[in-house]
Design a protein around this ligand. Structure first.
Ligand SMILES: [Fe+2]
Length: 194
């Protein structure tokens, strides 16, 4: 008799994400218009007909139901706009109680975290590093290495993604290259939510 246990198994396939996966999302520079500090430079790159991939997400999403977990593997390409490293858009979870776990697979990165009050924190992410992102905290990941940054994410399937708040307000911090090394600096354009 067939079992009614619907488990799933997948494999981390390095910079090719997951094998197998159900859904793939590709974000190019044009999808992150307005996110980088040097907006003029972004337009200049796009006007030359260049539209590099910034990151890809390979997902196995579950139905948005309390108690279920989704799996995602993000691959952020190496690169910079000016001196600002490539990053993910970043989001709050719509469901305020939803937390998330990141596990580093390849490359070197920084996870920027920020709460609704604008307080910030950051963690390194690299192979074998596990980061727990608590509820109510927006998170963005930045690739500060010379190769692709790959990490696995496990999160409640009903967490929901609020990209709008970050798109509107931005993060209070930026990660830029200074003297050949990554540095977390204040975002001069950040306006604290009132
Ligand atoms: Fe998340």
């Amino acid at each position: 008799m067939a079992s009614s246990i619907t488990y799933l198994t997948t494999t981390i396939d390095g910079a090719r994400g997951l094998k197998p996966y159900k859904r793939k999302l590709t974000r190019r520079l044009s999808d992150l218009r307005g996110y980088f500090l040097n907006k003029g430079l972004v337009e200049e790159i796009l006007s030359k007909g260049e539209n590099p991939i910034i990151y890809e997400v390979y997902e196995i999403p579950q139905e948005p139901t309390d108690g279920l977990l989704s799996i995602g593997c993000t691959v952020i390409y190496p690169g910079k706009v000016g001196d600002e490293y490539y990053f993910t858009k970043g989001h709050f979870h719509t469901k305020e109680s939803a937390s998330e776990v990141y596990i580093g697979v390849e490359g070197e990165g920084i996870i920027l975290m920020q709460n609704k009050e604008g307080e910030t924190a950051y963690s390194r992410i690299e192979p074998n590093v596990i980061v727990y992102i608590p509820p109510g905290v927006a998170h963005r990941t930045i690739n500060v290495g010379s190769g692709k940054l790959v990490f696995l994410a496990v999160y409640p399937s009903d967490a929901g993604h609020d990209y709008g708040s970050i798109e509107k307000l931005g993060f209070a911090k930026l990660v830029v290259e200074r003297d050949g090394k990554p540095e977390v600096v204040d975002n001069p354009n950040y306006v604290k939510a009132s």
